[in-house]
Design a protein around this ligand. Structure first.
Ligand code: HGY
Ligand code: MN
Ligand code: MN
Length: 428
């Protein structure tokens, strides 16, 4: 391609501001829990934008939305199916537009809108790449309402049976299938065996590393392993004023001990081990009643799968020990478990090359957060591009990335996508 089209930074930033109005909450953030009415409104807005860009839009059985910007070549594709005259498998980008309850406006949304900005720039320049470009919005990346996270992309690559995903009951009692149908996004396109040439996801770092290093761009080499479990501890509720400490069966106290243990374990392991007890409910949750039940979540992550396994085992053993000591019962429900993922070396190098060509100081790093790219990596070469998060803040309404970083990230994304989409058919 002789003249590269240019990203229109103002248009990209405008689209981020527009989508941020959908499900807007106080403080400049967004609440669009997966499959909620706000998520439907965000989906409607995004589909309309894809259609305005003359993209062919398809929705699959788990609600993933894919917009295709047709390529120029319908020759024999790169061996994916070998049919002469078949359309080559698309080069895909995208991310998610569902958010946590206290979400920022960039997490996920930025990757989708930057992908649409690349298409808008190509279209404006009257340019088509050899292979089609796809921009996909994956369902329920956050996993805040329905676990596991990255659910839509996991089903898309065949890592979770569709029926099991649709039957998943969320934190408010509704199932994925019910909510998908209710918001009108249970599509017909098949899932489980995608034809994707490669996948590149642009995302905010959501951590402090790039900012602390004074860098502009992250060349993401992989994603750390994730372990999500929900523990339930059962005791006996009793009067807070009359029950001697030695006679208590206090589920709340045991849960609090575990929360401290998880935090201390992460400090003790060091390295990239982290641990979070993010959600905890007591019953009956009253000031003068000893809790008879505590339900809480444990989020453990590490780039080292063996260490992550060891951490999971230690936490479970400590729960058992606390309950043994206090005469309590306990149970565990696994919510998500994904091993660390390494991205495609050649694609990661491609990201590094374009960052350098644009003069953006960059570093290679793993991702602390989970992303759809870690699921797509099961089906095709995948990589990610990070831009800095101010103050390392995310999953917080004050999430912020500087406009110049947002625009430069999109410029790198465009160059990587075009290089991938224009390489000769049949080339690796
Ligand atoms: O939890 C995560 O890392 C992602 O935001 N779903
Ligand atoms: Mn995200
Ligand atoms: Mn997130």
């Amino acid at each position: 391609m002789e003249r590269l089209p240019e990203i229109d930074g103002a248009r990209l930033l405008r689209s981020l501001d527009e989508l941020a109005q959908v499900g807007a909450i106080e403080g400049g953030g967004v609440c669009r829990l997966a499959l909620s009415d706000a998520d439907r409104a965000g989906r409607d807005w995004t589909v309309a934008r894809m259609r305005a860009l003359d993209m062919a839009v398809s929705i699959d059985a788990i609600g993933n939305i894919t917009g295709i910007y047709a390529g120029s070549d319908s020759g024999t594709d790169s061996g994916t199916n070998g049919r002469t005259g078949a359309t080559p498998a698309p080069v895909m980008t995208g991310s998610h537009i569902d958010t946590v309850r206290t979400g920022g406006r960039y997490d996920g949304n930025y990757g989708v809108l930057a992908g649409l900005e690349v298409v808008a720039a190509l279209r404006q320049a009257g340019v088509r790449t050899r292979r089609p470009l796809a921009v996909t919005v994956f369902t329920n990346e956050e996993g805040a309402r329905f676990q596991p996270d990255m659910m839509g992309s996991l089903v898309y690559v065949g890592g979770l049976p569709l029926a099991e995903a649709l039957a998943t009951r969320g934190i408010d009692g509704a199932t994925v299938g019910e909510e998908l149908a209710r918001i009108g996004y249970q599509g017909t396109a098949a899932v489980g065996a995608p034809r994707v040439d490669s996948f590149v996801e642009l995302h905010i770092e959501q951590g402090p590393v790039l900012e602390q290093q004074g860098l502009r761009l992250g060349v993401v080499e992989g994603v750390q392993g994730i372990s999500w479990n929900e523990y339930t501890i059962e005791g006996v509720s009793n009067h807070a004023g009359t029950t001697p400490m030695a006679l208590r069966r206090d589920a709340g106290h045991a849960a609090a001990r575990v929360a401290t243990f998880v935090h201390d374990l992460a400090l003790r392991y060091g390295g990239r081990q982290i641990g979070t007890v993010g959600a905890m409910q007591f019953a009956p949750n009253l000031i003068n009643v000893i809790p008879h039940r505590a339900v809480f979540t444990v989020d453990l992550r590490n780039t080292d799968n063996a260490a992550l396994r060891a951490a999971e085992e230690e936490v479970q053993a400590f729960v058992a020990q606390c309950c043994e000591e206090a005469g309590l019962a306990w149970s565990r429900r696994a919510l998500a478990r994904f091993a660390p993922v390494a991205f495609d070396c050649a694609l990661v190098d491609e990201v590094a090359r374009h960052a350098q060509a644009l003069g953006l100081p960059a570093m290679r790093l793993p991702s602390g957060a989970g992303h759809d790219a870690q699921m797509l990596a099961r089906a095709c070469p995948a990589a990610m591009i990070f831009v800095p998060s101010v103050g390392g803040l995310s999953h917080n309404v004050r999430e912020f990335t500087r406009p110049e970083d947002l625009v430069d990230g999109a410029r790198v994304l465009m160059r990587v996508l075009l290089a991938r989409a224009d390489r000769p058919l049949g080339a690796p």
